[in-house]
Design a protein around this ligand. Structure first.
Ligand code: ZN
Length: 281
């Protein structure tokens, strides 16, 4: 083999993205130029940001108002024991964690220690964002971000867990149903309550939800893989109504329930609800 070819192959091996770039249709430039918003820096937020960092997403904005506690450490790869001891803000701990992990050296994290409920559609938090992830533990905040995402036409990827169960839903405004649609749909509501996959409104003394890293990892992996499909295929979908077959079609207008105890993965259609006001906008 000529020396130059060997050297080129050697250079490729040095690129952290080289293996994912072997996937047919993969565009690392789209990944690198993406700007995402992750709402919630808990267990799910950690796994999402970890995956985004390893993918090489250029700009990651993280919002959370909480501080790190010892109980987070079993499910939060970017937090340290020192973060918990010093009660560091979760967003700052995540930003430092990304700096340690970043194999590319270019990833920027913007950390916002604030309550998302205080930020409506005019908030700069949503500026120039390509995709929003909701990694929240309560329905109220989910629906708030859902409303803003729909108004601003930003794709939203939602996920949640309860023990061995989890869910993922993708909202592509204005084409798909939204999180609010499934809340007003009676069947989905019964299902949500039965499976306890939706967060409950924040109340004082609310019991803690059972949580384990295995479910968190699976949910976050599915969420971030949905992002890959959206970032590669959304422009084409807007023009042609078709997604890039090589990368796949996201869970648009659908909700995936997973149960790692029974190994059941079930996808439900979430139609646009006639009573959901967001689709009249
Ligand atoms: Zn809706």
């Amino acid at each position: 083999m000529p020396v130059r070819v060997i050297r080129l192959l050697g250079d490729m091996e040095e690129d952290p993205a080289s293996r994912q770039m072997l996937i047919t249709g993969w565009r690392q430039d789209l990944i690198r130029n993406a700007k995402v918003l992750v709402v919630g820096a808990g267990a799910l937020g950690n796994e999402i940001v970890k995956n985004l960092t390893l993918l090489g997403v250029g700009k990651i904005r993280v919002v959370d108002y909480d501080v790190v506690e010892g109980s987070n450490l079993s499910r939060a790869v970017l937090f340290t024991k020192a973060d918990a001891r010093r009660r560091v803000r979760k967003v700052d701990a995540i930003a430092r964690g990304v700096k340690r992990l970043d194999p590319y050296g270019y990833i920027e994290v913007e950390a916002y220690h604030t309550d998302i409920m205080d930020h409506g559609p005019d908030s700069p938090l949503y500026n120039k964002i390509d995709v929003i992830f909701t990694a929240l533990d309560n329905l109220e905040a989910r629906l708030h971000v859902n409303t803003v995402a729909y108004m601003k036409r930003i794709p939203l990827i939602d996920g949640g867990m309860d023990g061995a169960m989890g869910h993922v839903q993708v909202v592509i405004p204005p084409y798909s149903s939204c999180l609010n649609c499934s809340v007003t749909d009676r069947d989905m509501k019964v299902l949500s309550e039965k499976l306890k996959c939706d967060g409950l409104p924040l109340t004082i003394g609310q019991p803690k939800t059972p949580a384990v890293i295995t479910t968190t990892s699976v949910v976050a992996a599915i969420m971030v893989h949905e992002f890959i499909k959206i970032i590669h295929g959304l422009e084409r979908f807007k023009k042609t109504g078709k997604w890039d077959e090589r990368l796949g079609e996201p869970l648009m207008g659908k909700r995936l329930f997973i149960n790692l105890a029974s190994n059941k993965f079930i996808i439900y259609d979430v139609p646009i609800s006639k009573t959901c006001v967001l689709h009249e906008l």
